[in-house]
Design a protein around this ligand. Sequence first.
Ligand code: NAD
Ligand code: TDX
Length: 331
Amino acid sequence: MRVLVTGGAGFIGTNFVRQTVRERPDVDVTVLDLLTYAGDARNLDGLDRVRLVQGDVADTAVVDGLVAEADLVVHFAAESHNDNSLHDPSPFVRTNLLGTYALLEAVRTHDVRYHHISTDEVYGDLELDDPARFTESTPYNPSSPYSSTKAGSDLLVRAWVRSFGVRATISNCSNNYGPYQHVEKFIPRQVTNLIDGVRPKLYGAGQNVRDWIHVEDHNAAVWAIIEKGRIGETYLIGADGEESNLEVVKALLTAFERPEDDFDHVTDRAGHDMRYAIDSTRLRTELGWRPRYTSFADGLADTVTWYRENEDWWRPAKAATEARYRASGQA
Ligand code: NAD
Ligand code: TDX
């Protein structure tokens, strides 16, 4: 089987490619990745049966040629960071919307199976005291330039399924953590700050809740949907991992043997979503998926160890990332 993985040099895509190579000897992988600031070719070094093509998912000629050779496309490539989308939405519109459009046209032309990776942020946010969680029928209500372009990309997929019979599935996952995540994101930012002896930086009061899932569990769910999911369906992926940002910072401080109040409150994110929470009943009952990382504390400890042992990997991006946060009052 020949799989085209877009964004395979980024956080979740890298973990997907590495898991696929490890567990599926029958799969050959081609990664299409622009290698933006968020992509790192080193992540794929030395992997068997993996070819890396540096290119843009919005480049229709490149995309058409690669899709023509594939049996399956898994589309991870995106501009993925909410804070960046507030400073400059333009690459979000291009990559997330035009990139998805280019892929959909190519899979339509060549009749190739397509899986679309998306986020729970398309549903907007929930109140802290609301017992509800997102389901596949929650109305779309995105808040940020990032989440609105992801929502738009999902709607393109749905339209291409219905209008043109494209064989596609969609997954909307909650917040991922694990190895190879860029230091701009919440957990790696605080872990690498703590390694450097710098206090963690909490937006606002830190009451915001995210529903954490280990990246390996996300990617196992993606393969379950590819193999057993119903064409045209959406599956929500989540592992019942709700934690407030304050709780996460305290857990990290404890892991580094620092006092629980040894952090800074910094300027809040504009339009900051309060809470995300996923009901993954459909995925579990229809496809039999279960998370393997059931303890957030253990998964977090493994992640801290990975960043301690892989300073060569994250160090080059750290100073520039913190300079960007300083410029927006979030350092
Ligand atoms: P990331 O930013 O770490 O990686 C994105 C990758 O896409 C990078 O390798 C980058 O070089 C590549 N890329 C960017 N623009 C491109 C373009 N125009 N053409 C080709 N490649 C391009 O992102 P991530 O956290 O790994 O997220 C991957 C996907 O998962 C995204 O679609 C995101 O919306 C979705 N998602 C992420 C999370 C999360 O918690 N990180 C949760 C749910 C869904
Ligand atoms: O320094 C920080 N301090 C802080 O309090 C940073 C970087 C973030 N935060 C807060 C903002 C959020 O409430 O932590 C929470 C998590 O922030 P991010 O890591 O930026 O993730 P989020 O905005 O929740 O989006 C993530 O999950 C859904 C991914 O980046 C998206 O790509 C995915 O769709």
